[in-house]
Design a protein around this ligand. Structure first.
Ligand code: UDX
Length: 434
């Protein structure tokens, strides 16, 4: 099948490479000429395990271009994978999706199956049908399909090759497009969930909202556990063994970040409110997430009441491990708060970079740890599990470790004389003398 993927971001690029791997002829287009140049040279513009290897292995099936009209003209299937960033009021910005639809309308001379992969508010795909008709594109020339993507950064290739489902939203039970989608995904072993256009859009939002709510729920439980001296890790284990709850996404910590959960939740809150529905649960999920960094700041201040000129080392910048993505990363929010309290912030991350005033980023973890007054683990990179605490002990001023991800081996850390501070981690934490 000849496919045109519009947008070479996370979703677009991974989809393009995976469809090339499935044997389709793919042209991936993007307006960013630097990006296209690099991709044509075989180097990937994002850090995503396995993607570059797959691109190099199947480069005979894929090309990258800036010429969107040409790519649309040749393809029978068009995938829209452009960004839908967030506007200040939480609404999703559909500017790029609308631009693409206009280009398609001007370029359509044969039948196209137009597949929306971008996360778009409920009702958007129906609107796209209307726009194409208003622009006098013949009804026989196109079908729109909503096919949201559920891949996670850091495991995007694996998630796309082995999804738990493929969600397909169709216009009026359009069987022709369903057959097309089955051809497109031929070789991937996953059940199809077939629904309406709006149904597919809603599944995407409900999925991300549910997962975000699960995390905020556990973060609330952890706050309660703290007061009652109960270990949240035991609670996660205890409730997670019930298949109705499930053991994943029960890790309490500093809150969720990334390019999807915060944005999608706020977008669903915005659309619901516009329809005069107050989504109280979603709003609470969001509120808990926003204030989770403050919970850790309060903990920190109970050990170091005055942060002025204190050296604080933050390990981890990315919103989660195995990615260099810092979009809506709680680690960055935490750093801003530390800077606002006049702390001297030292940071280290295995992949991510962040430049701002009053923050020094180090290339080696040990350099970041020298003479520090507190170590804060802000991202659960595996690398931090293997830190040499015996060596670190000799480098630091104070022995405080704030584990905002509840993931370090507490006994190991404490064995070397550090004060371990997690969230909802039972044992009474003894305060250090000021
Ligand atoms: C998410 C969805 O998982 C994916 O299906 C969707 O397509 C895009 O959004 P992603 O943003 O890559 O994927 O990250 P994910 O692995 O889901 O983690 C999101 C955030 O939640 C991270 O900040 C992570 O650290 C946090 N998290 C996750 C927790 O705090 N606790 C958990 O138990 C799980």
């Amino acid at each position: 099948m000849e496919i045109c993927v519009i947008g070479a971001g996370y979703v677009g690029l991974t989809s393009a490479v995976v469809f090339a791997r499935l044997g389709h002829k793919v042209t991936c287009v993007d307006k960013d000429s630097e990006k296209i140049k690099k991709l044509n040279e075989g180097s990937i513009t994002i850090f995503e395990p396995g993607l570059e290897k797959l691109l190099v292995g199947f480069n005979r099936n894929i090309s990258f271009s800036e010429d969107i009209e040409d790519a649309i003209g040749r393809a029978e299937t068009i995938l829209i994978a452009v960004g839908t960033p967030q506007l200040p009021d939480g609404e999703a910005d559909l500017q790029f999706v609308n631009e693409v639809i206009l280009t398609i309308a001007n370029t359509i001379y044969s039948h196209k199956t137009i597949i929306t992969k971008s996360t778009v508010p409920i009702g958007t795909n129906d609107k796209l049908v209307e726009i194409l008709l208003e622009l006098e594109v013949k009804r026989s020339r196109f079908h729109i399909v909503s096919n949201p993507e559920f891949l996670r950064e850091g495991s995007a290739v694996k998630d796309m090759l082995h999804p738990d489902k493929i969600v397909v939203g169709l216009e009026d039970h359009d069987q022709q497009s369903l057959i097309k989608l089955k051809q497109l995904y031929y070789g991937i072993n996953a059940p199809f969930v077939v629904t309406s256009l709006k149904g597919a859009e809603m599944i995407k939002y409900a999925s991300n909202s549910f997962l975000a709510t699960k995390i905020s729920f556990m973060n609330e439980m952890a706050r309660i556990c703290d007061v009652f001296n109960v270990d949240i890790m035991d609670v996660a284990k205890g409730i997670g063994s019930d298949p109705r709850i499930g053991s994943e996404f029960l890790q309490a910590g500093i809150g969720y970040g990334g390019s999807c959960f915060p944005k999608d939740l706020q977008s669903l809150i915005y659309t619901s409110k516009k329809q005069e529905i107050l989504p109280k649960l979603l709003m609470a999920t969001e509120e808990i997430n926003q204030t989770q960094v403050d919970v850790y700041m309060d903990k920190l201040k109970s050990y170091i009441p005055n942060l002025t000129d204190k050296k604080i080392t933050v390990l981890g910048l990315s919103f989660k491990p195995n990615t260099d993505d810092i979009r809506s990363s709680p680690a960055i929010r935490l750093i801003h708060k530390l800077v606002a309290h006049n702390a001297k912030v030292h940071v280290y991350d295995p992949k991510a970079k962040y430049e701002t005033t009053n923050v020094i980023q180090f290339h080696h973890v040990n350099d970041a740890l020298n003479d520090t007054d507190c170590i804060i683990v802000a991202t659960d990179w595996d690398e931090f599990l293997y830190l040499d605490w015996n060596d670190i002990k000799r480098r630091v001023n104070e022995n405080i470790v704030l584990d905002t991800r509840n993931f370090l081996n507490r006994n190991k850390v404490e064995k070397h004389g550090f004060t371990y501070v997690g969230l909802g981690r039972s044992r009474n934490e003894t305060k250090l003398p000021e």
